[in-house]
Design a protein around this ligand. Structure first.
Ligand code: ZN
Length: 249
């Protein structure tokens, strides 16, 4: 699904683009080839690559950048790497989980016990070409990114800031969503403490396009949504969270 000339959504449960186990997988057409932000679950890689071909006329993937290690974002990395030869980039705190295929550590075993995923969905070990740290600036396929760690949804959650057609663009993973919703969930590693410590790192970024891992997105005024979440977090009550009354899975 082309969103702009250099931006497409190539997997998503909610837009019906791939399988029901997939987050939004964003594709960016960089000077050196297509970059995917997150990998999805791997349950429907054919659909992901088909969507990429429809959007950009190629199935070649230069790199996959993971926002965190949760199954709906990261499980597909190993098989996409096998299929396309892409380099996999991960947050530094997620590197061991991704490389070892740690189903307990990435939350797959826990979510499976809740009935979120079927027994057949497994995590394969995936070599990581580069693990980025908080504040790191790196360039992949000619596209520059800044990595911003924001704990709260998970210990290894990162947002990736880049520029697209002159617009500040934030791939926010499951950290912050359209409407200022936060991603606190009922799972190990998800804490308000993390949000209290790190969410302010998203202040003043002048984000135009806010592209989260689930739900709605916006190409204009994304910083307003982030500021809304920051404002809610400054009060003495729990902020609004994703999953409260809306269908995620
Ligand atoms: Zn997640």
């Amino acid at each position: 699904m082309r969103v702009r000339s250099r931006l497409a959504l190539v997997a998503s449960l909610q837009f019906g683009l791939s399988s029901r186990f997939d987050c939004h997988v964003w594709a960016l057409r960089a000077p050196g080839g297509a970059i995917l932000i997150d990998a999805g679950s791997g349950w429907a890689n054919d659909a992901v690559l088909e969507n990429l071909e429809q959007a950009f006329g190629t199935r070649h993937v230069a790199a996959v950048l993971l926002t965190h290690s949760h199954p709906d974002h990261a499980l597909g990395a190993a098989s996409l790497r096998e299929l396309t030869g892409c380099a996999v980039f991960s947050p530094a705190p997620a590197r061991r989980l991704i490389e070892e295929g740690d189903e307990e550590g990435c939350g797959l075993a826990y979510a499976r016990r809740l009935g979120v995923y079927p027994a057949e969905l497994r995590m394969k070990p995936c070599p990581v070409a580069h693990a980025f740290a908080h504040g790191e600036r790196f360039t992949v396929a000619g596209q520059a990114f800044q990595a911003i760690q924001v704990r709260g949804h998970s210990e290894d959650s990162f947002c990736l800031l880049t520029e697209l057609d002159g617009m500040g663009t934030l791939f926010s993973g499951d950290v912050v969503f359209y409407g200022g919703l936060l991603g606190l969930i009922n799972a190990p590693g998800s804490t308000m403490e993390g949000y209290r410590a790190d969410l302010a790192r998203l202040q003043g970024l002048n984000v135009e396009a806010l592209l989260p891992g689930h739900g709605l997105f916006t190409l204009r005024g994304g910083q307003r949504h982030i500021d809304c979440a920051l404002n809610e977090l400054s009060r003495n009550f729990l902020p609004r969270m994703i999953g409260q009354g809306d269908l995620i899975f």
